[in-house]
Design a protein around this ligand. Structure first.
Ligand code: NAP
Length: 242
């Protein structure tokens, strides 16, 4: 029987690449928040391969429950969850207001918790399932002017490692991918010159293509003996000595 993958934030960027990579091999239910147009286009493009879109704000438990129910009604069950939806907020910590901090955590950290909770009960009772969380190089190494984002992505790593231990005895695996700089809308806050500077620090000399993150996500979802792992997909970028 074809397995089902549920991807949050699949309307664009890395999430859309995961949807495309999984289409044809899995039933795919992906969520969007604001970009209904992009989600509908992707659904149209891949609908014949069993890809459906549903609106969901991962800050809102009810919205997540509705989206998960939608996927279950359509495909029966969810075998793989990818917690990909995320936002970033750049700037000095002293200029960051409480609402901005809370929002970054609500999407990146609490969103992963709420969505995992919504799918876990079924996975635990079946004794199988896989969750892949999208962290970030900044969650591993920290970044100046990205303190809230880095902290939220470090929380995702802690969440991944702790939950992996908690649910492994029941046959559910939890891993994370920590991308470096990826060529998506999230990088649009940087000028061309800033992107060049970033690339000059990356040993492989370029940003990642979203598809390169997507294949790492599916690798972790599929390998039956990996759990509690954070896979860095960052072109060899190590900023800890900067
Ligand atoms: P992106 O292009 O900005 O796309 C973000 C996705 O998240 C969109 O699908 C968006 O939906 C969704 N989203 C945002 N807020 C949401 C909310 N409240 N509820 C539900 N969905 C929401 O970002 P990306 O670069 O693909 O990033 C994907 C993930 O990778 C994020 O977790 C990000 O932190 C992480 N990451 C990215 C990079 C990078 O360099 N790009 C590096 C490391 C880690 P709408 O389109 O409907 O708004």
């Amino acid at each position: 029987m074809t397995k089902t993958i549920f991807v949050t934030g699949g309307s664009r960027g890395i999430g859309a690449a995961i949807v495309k990579c999984a289409a044809g091999k899995y039933n795919v239910c992906f969520t969007y928040n604001k970009h209904k147009d992009l989600a509908e286009n992707l659904e149209k493009e891949l609908g014949s391969l069993g890809v459906v879109a549903v609106q969901c704000d991962v800050r809102d438990e009810k919205s997540i429950k509705n989206a998960v129910e939608f996927a279950k009604k359509r495909f029966g069950k969810i075998d793989i969850l990818v917690n990909n939806a995320g936002i970033s907020k750049s700037g000095l910590l002293i200029d960051l207001d409480e609402k901005e901090w809370d929002d970054v955590f609500a999407v990146n950290a609490k969103g992963a918790y709420l969505t995992s909770k919504a799918v876990l009960k079924d996975m635990l009772s079946r004794g199988s399932g896989a969750i892949v969380n999208i962290s970030s190089i900044w969650g591993e190494q920290g970044a100046s002017c990205e303190v809230a984002y880095s902290s939220s992505k470090a929380a995702v790593i802690g969440f991944t490692k702790a939950l992996a231990k908690e649910v492994a005895p029941m046959g559910v695996r939890v891993n994370a991918v920590a991308p470096g700089a990826v060529d998506t809308d999230m990088m649009k806050c940087y000028t061309e010159d800033e992107i060049k500077d970033i690339c000059s620090e990356i040993p492989l000399g370029r940003l990642a293509h979203p598809e390169e993150i997507a294949s790492a996500v599916l690798f972790l979802a599929e390998n039956e003996y990996i759990t509690g792992t954070v896979l860095s997909v960052n072109g060899g970028w190590n900023t800890t000595n900067n």
